[in-house]
Design a protein. Structure first.
Length: 397
């Protein structure tokens, strides 16, 4: 290993976690199941834990890790804030919100991500009669699959229809940064000032392993304003970390093997890198793990009520823990969006609720298609999510 790169300290054994089933593009802790959502059955994917210090391998032992968001969304784990350190604006508190300020258009609406603190929404809408039946409508199956007119993704940084994007990928735990693909380029948008970091210009590799139960493999955000991505170089495959405050970059890991995905871990002090370095299934090729599941693909997925899994394909990755240089910035408060579709006030149904007190209200549903939400939508900050749902009547299903 290059001595200039951070050390590979060790790899740890796996643990079991409950699955998640959400309408976001990935099963991410940023948007979680409501308590009423059915549990989803998950099939474990095996990983090989390898102990390595400064590039010297030791004993290799197997461990079992379930295919869930908890496995690869570890950047949201607890961290001790550094004392007397500036937060660089990441923890800006919510200001007064006007629930008459509308996002999106009067069409079917599926939320992909967003932030009450930073007042933005990523969503999919069907805005044209693409199937020629004379109506604009979308219906959803229990696995999150859609039928009807085509849903397309939009980023809404301000009230109005928003801007078209290719794909919403992820957001950081604080809600300030959104990772997306637009015009074929991988971008991180800073919602504080609308500036963009072009990761494609830094060599970011286009990746998608088609694992609908896992977050997208292209990006991983930390809680203190950094993002990790993968790229190819003359020396092999690299994991790169970008500080979104200073815009500095650092290569933290390099290997000749295929990198399946990487994720911030231990509050951002390390990265877990999943490396495909062995043909463990004996088929004379190396393939990334894939769970066979009935869950609909990422992207413009409706809220699934259930899904099942029935086996896996691919080889067993080696999990490495890479200790990286960490800034002294404190980790920022996490914002979580929870589906709240069982609540309605004055005919406006709730799409989601933030743990910071905001509720995202839809215009409502239409006769005969009660399970489909329609825009435009608005953030309402009148009550906390719990108070809102407690006082509101149940929405018609």
């Amino acid at each position: 290993m290059d001595p200039a790169l951070p050390r590979v300290l060790q790899t740890s054994g796996g643990s079991s976690h409950e699955g998640c089933a959400t309408a976001s593009q990935s099963c991410s802790p940023l948007i979680t199941r409501s308590p009423s959502t059915s549990r989803a059955r998950n099939e474990p994917i095996r990983t090989r834990a390898r102990v390595s210090v400064a590039g010297v391998s030791s004993i290799s032992s197997p461990s079992w890790l379930r295919v869930t968001s908890a496995l690869l969304c570890a950047s949201a784990c607890s961290a001790t804030p550094a004392a007397n350190q500036p937060d660089n604006g990441l923890s800006r508190p919510p200001t007064d919100v006007d629930s008459t300020v509308l996002f999106g258009t009067e069409h079917p609406f599926v939320i992909e991500g967003g932030s009450y603190r930073w007042r933005w929404i990523a969503a999919c809408q069907a805005r044209a009669d693409t199937n020629g039946d004379g109506l604009i409508n979308v219906t959803f199956g229990r696995h999150g699959d859609s039928s009807g007119d085509e849903l397309l993704p939009f980023l809404m940084r301000a009230p109005g229809p928003g801007e078209p994007i290719d794909e919403f990928i992820a957001q950081d735990p604080s809600g300030r940064y959104a990772g997306l693909r637009q015009a074929g380029r991988l971008l991180v948008v800073d919602m504080a000032d609308a500036t963009r970091v072009d990761l494609t210009a830094l060599g970011a590799e286009a990746l998608d392993d088609n694992n609908p139960t896992l977050p997208h493999p292209e990006l991983s955000f930390s809680r203190d304003g950094r993002v990790a991505f993968q790229r190819k170089s003359a020396d092999g495959n690299e994991v790169v970390v970008v500080d979104l405050i200073t815009r500095g970059t650092q290569v933290v890991y390099r290997t000749k093997s295929t990198i399946w995905r990487s994720v911030f871990w231990a509050g951002g002090a390390a990265l877990k890198v999943y490396e495909m370095d062995a043909d463990t299934d004996g088929n004379h090729s190396i393939g990334v793990p894939r769970l066979q599941t009935s869950l609909a693909r990422r992207g413009c997925r409706g809220a699934p009520t259930s899904f099942s899994s029935f086996g896996r394909q691919g080889d067993i990755p080696t999990e490495r823990i890479i200790v990286i240089d960490r800034s002294t910035r404190s980790a920022q408060p996490e914002e979580r969006l929870t589906y709240a579709t069982g609540c309605a006030v004055d005919g406006r149904r709730a799409l989601a609720a933030s743990n910071l007190g905001g509720v995202l209200l839809a215009a409502g549903s239409r006769p005969g298609i009660a399970k489909t939400m329609f825009g435009p939508v608005a953030w309402s900050g009148e009550r906390t999510a719990r108070e809102y749902c407690k006082q509101a009547r149940p929405a018609a299903r």
